[in-house]
Write a protein that binds this ligand. Structure first.
Ligand code: URA
Length: 216
């Protein structure tokens, strides 16, 4: 069972996750290694995010006998990638639930207001009938996470979880204040944000490390 860091925050402190996270943080991890490790950790984060999915029973026949066996029942799932680094967690989630729907939210900082503004928003219909698992590896200031979840709520979503790899305490506070109903699942709560909004010690720019775009 993962540790509970604060109300509605689940810290996945499993040794395998922590080991893989250390490998990812290293500045000499290659793009391929970084991508593979994020996907592997994504499986564990997804496992925790979906821990309380309701189960039903279906009749099956094993080679030995008939039985009523558990299957996932109830709400359908939707994974929402916050572009672009959210895509690094998406593959793992779809490995776990291949039939889930997928949405994307793209946010960019408005240089006048400094607030995140949406430039892309494509989600499946009937979000109100789905558990929406929002994916963004880095919960830094929390501003874009707050905005992404607000956009989804405005589009009808009412049952949401937020999955990230690293969280800064500042971002966690901002997010949980704005959306106390949305649990956060993370592999680490780091020390703080630096003056540029990077998580410390962090791992740098997750999008650049995932896609190999540093310096472009
Ligand atoms: N986004 C990143 O990719 N890295 C950080 O440290 C903060 C925000």
């Amino acid at each position: 069972m993962a540790a509970s860091a604060a109300p509605n925050v689940v810290l996945v402190d499993h040794p395998l996750v922590q080991h893989k996270l250390t490998m990812m943080r290293r500045q000499d991890a290659s793009t391929a290694e970084f991508r593979k490790l994020l996907r592997e950790i994504g499986l564990f984060l997804g496992y925790e995010a979906m821990r309380d999915l309701p189960l039903g029973k279906v009749p099956i026949t094993t080679p030995i006998m008939d039985m009523d066996a558990p299957v996932i029942a109830g709400k359908k799932l939707c994974f929402i990638s916050v572009l672009r680094a959210g895509d690094g967690l998406l593959g793992a989630m779809l490995d776990l639930v291949p039939s889930a729907r997928v949405g994307q939210v793209g946010l960019a900082r408005d240089e006048e207001t400094l607030q995140p503004m949406r430039y892309f928003f494509k989600v499946p219909p009937n979000l109100d009938e789905r558990l929406c698992v929002v994916l963004d590896p880095m919960l830094a200031t929390g501003n874009s996470a707050v905005r992404a979840v607000q956009e989804l709520k405005d589009a009808g979503a009412s049952d949401l979880k937020f999955v990230c790899l690293l969280a800064a305490p500042e971002g966690l506070e901002t997010f949980t204040k704005a959306h106390p109903d949305v649990p956060v699942i993370t592999a680490s709560i780091d020390s703080h944000l630096d003056a540029h909004g990077y998580i410390v010690p962090g791992l740098g720019d997750a999008g650049d490390r995932l896609f190999g775009t540093k310096g472009t």
